[in-house]
Design a protein around this ligand. Structure first.
Ligand SMILES: [Zn+2]
Length: 85
């Protein structure tokens, strides 16, 4: 399985970036913009790999939400600061 890394910092913490007019040139060579969440650099990856970036971003979001719940469970006092859903 191909893993997409940031070419600047090597992080896998990437997300699909918003499409801009300048990305059209990249689209012609089948590349789409992604943003590195670690160093904020914007670059382009093959359209064949963008699905992998999306899945990674979704998995990471789910994991972050899970960790947030676990943190709240470990620190019950935290719930007094906001409404419990
Ligand atoms: Zn980076």
């Amino acid at each position: 399985m191909t893993i997409v890394h940031c070419h600047v910092c090597g992080s896998r913490n990437l997300r699909p970036s918003h499409f801009q007019l300048t990305d059209l040139a990249y689209l012609l060579i089948l590349r789409l913009p992604v943003r590195c969440r670690s160093c904020r650099v914007r670059f382009h990856v093959s359209i064949l790999k963008i699905g992998k970036v999306r899945r990674d971003a979704e998995a990471r979001r789910d994991r972050d939400q899970h960790e947030e719940r676990m943190t709240q469970a470990a620190n019950p006092d935290w719930r007094t600061f906001k409404d419990h859903k």
